[in-house]
Design a protein around this ligand. Sequence first.
Ligand code: GDD
Ligand code: MG
Length: 362
Amino acid sequence: MNPPNKLEAIVLVGGRGTRLRPLTVTVPKPMLPTAGVPFLAHLFARARAAGVTRIVLATCYRSETFEESFGDGAGLGLELEYVREDEPLGTGGGIRNAASWLRSGPDEPVLVLNGDILSGHDLGAQLALHLSSDADVTLHLTEVPEPGRFGCVPTEPSGRVAAFLEKTQRPVTNRINAGCYIFRRSVLSEIPAGRAVSAERETFPALIERGARLMAYADDAYWLDVGTPSTFVRGSCDLVLGCLESPALPGRPGEALLLPGSSVAPDAVVCGGSAVGQGSVVGPGARVEGSVVFDDVEVGPGARVRGSALARGARVGDETVLDGAVVGEGSVIGPGNELRHGARVWPDVTLPAGAIRFSSDL
Ligand code: GDD
Ligand code: MG
C-alpha cells in the first residue's frame, strides 16, 4: 500500500468556467488570481501538506496556461503532469484519460479533486476512512443550504453511499458531493475510455448499481465552490482574512493583501479581505472592501468598490460605485457610474462617464 506521503492525485481543470464569465474569457477558472496567487496554488499547497507528491492535471480549456505557470511543479515540491483533452471529456472522461499517467498500483488510493474547490477538510482522515473501510471510492460530503445546485448524496446509517443525484430538482438531503474523491486505482479503469463521461451522472450511479463499496466522509469543515463571481470573491477574501488557512497565501492573514508593486493612497481604505494585485493603484479617498483587484488595475479617487472583482488592467473612474460587480480585463468604467447586483462588464469595454446609474425607486 502507498504510504500517505506518496499519494498521487488527478485534478480536474478542463471546464470553461462559464458562470465566471467574463473573468474566464481570458483566464481558466483554476488560474484566476485568488488571494494573490492562481487559485490552484492554494489547492496544490493543501494537497502537498496532506502527502500528495504527484499530480496529473486533466486540462482542456486554455490548457497551455497551466504548464506556463507551474512548470514541472518542482518549485511547489510536487511532480506535475499535464494531460490535454482536445474535446472536453467531461469529469469522468477527464479522470479516465488522466488515469493512464498514474503510477500507483491497482489497489492503491488515488485522490481525485475538482479544480475549483476551497476546502479545509482533513484529507488524512478521509484517506484513513477509505483504507479502514476497504472502500472502492470514498467521497467527501458537505452540507449546503441549496443542495439542488450540486450532487446530492444520500447515505446509509453505515456511512455507505446510497445514491448519487446530480443537480436534482428534488434533493433528498442537504449533504452534497464536495468534489474530492479517493478511488481505489483499479476502479478508474471501469470508466469507459475515449468518450465524454460524467462522473456524477454516469460513473457514480453505475458503481452504486453494481454494488461497489462507496463510502461517505462527511464533515462541516470550511468548504466553498468558487465557480461563481460571488463565491470566487468570497473565497479570495476568506483566504486573505485567514478563515481558511493556506500555505500558499503570499503574506500574513489580515484585512487586506497588498501585493508588491501595488499602491494605496494614504487616505484610501482597503479592507474586508480584499487583495490588490501587482502594479494596481487605489486612489485618494477610495474604498475597496471585500473585493479582488487583479494586476495593473486603477481605482480612481473617491471610488467605492465592494464585493467585486476587477480583472487585469481594468480602470474604475473617480467616484464610481461598484457593488457585487465584475469588470473584465482592460475595461474602463468612466467616472460617476454605479454598477450593482451582479453587473458584468465584458473585457475591453469603455463605459462613458455617468452612463449607468442604479435606482432603488423601481
Ligand atoms: N478535464 C476536464 N474535462 N475537466 C472538466 C470538464 C471536462 O470536460 N468539465 C468540467 N471539468 C472540471 C472543472 O474545471 C471543475 O474543476 C470540475 O471539473 C467540476 O466542474 P464544475 O463545472 O465546476 O461542476 P459543478 O460545480 O457544477 O458540479 C461539480 O462540483 C460540485 C461541488 O462543487 C459536481 O462534481 C457536483 O456533484 C458537486 O456537488
Ligand atoms: Mg464547480
